[in-house]
Design a protein around this ligand. Structure first.
Ligand SMILES: [Ca+2]
Length: 173
C-alpha cells in the first residue's frame, strides 16, 4: 500500500513535470522567424586560475560573430582578424563540425598541459576545433578528469570524429 502510494506520487510528479516541459515551447510563442534555430554565439573565456594544472576560467564574454571575438581579443576595431601568434588563445572550439555553430575561445597563458572543463552548453557539444598549441597536442576527453581515452589533434580539426559531442575535458599540451 505504501509502496503504491509512493509510486502514484512519482507518477503524478512525472506528469506535472511533463506538462511543464510541454508548456515551454507553446509559452515561447516567438515569431516564426526567430523560432527556427538556436541562436549562435561566440564566446571568450579567460583562464583566471591554474592550480595543479586545472584551468579555471572566468565568466563568458559572448558576441554574435567571430569577428567580434577577434576584435575583442586583439583590442582592435571590429573587422580585423585575430593573429594566431602573439595572442593568448590556447584553443577555440565549435559546437558543430567544420568550425560551425557556436564557438568558445579559451584565453590562457601556455599550452603546458593544463586542463579545461567545458561548462554549460559547451560540455558534450564540441565537434570541431582550431589548434593554437603549436607542436603540442590538444587532447579531448569524454572524462571530466581528462583521463582515459581521448582524441588528440595537432592542427585544426574540422571534426572530432568519434569524440563529437562527448568532450568534458580538454588538455592543452
Ligand atoms: Ca555539437
Amino acid at each position: 500500500m505504501e509502496r503504491k502510494q509512493t509510486r502514484n506520487t512519482i507518477l503524478a510528479t512525472l506528469t506535472i513535470g511533463a506538462l511543464a516541459l510541454s508548456a515551454l515551447p507553446a509559452g515561447a510563442a516567438l515569431p516564426a522567424s526567430t523560432a527556427k534555430e538556436p541562436v549562435e554565439k561566440h564566446c571568450v573565456v579567460t583562464v583566471v586560475d591554474d592550480t595543479d594544472g586545472v584551468l579555471t576560467t572566468g565568466p563568458e564574454t559572448c558576441f554574435d560573430t567571430e569577428k567580434e571575438v577577434d576584435a575583442y581579443i586583439n583590442g582592435n576595431s571590429i573587422g580585423q582578424s585575430a593573429a594566431r601568434s602573439g595572442s593568448n588563445v590556447i584553443g577555440k572550439h565549435f559546437t558543430s563540425t567544420n568550425y560551425g555553430g557556436s564557438s568558445v575561445t579559451v584565453l590562457g597563458t601556455t599550452c603546458s598541459g593544463g586542463v579545461w572543463r567545458p561548462t554549460g552548453g559547451w560540455n558534450n557539444n564540441i565537434e570541431s576545433a582550431k589548434h593554437y598549441c603549436g607542436s603540442a597536442r590538444t587532447r579531448f576527453y569524454a572524462s571530466s578528469s581528462c583521463s582515459g581515452s581521448g582524441r588528440s589533434i595537432y592542427g585544426d580539426a574540422s571534426s572530432l570524429g568519434w569524440m563529437n559531442n562527448k568532450t568534458s575535458c580538454v588538455r592543452y599540451g
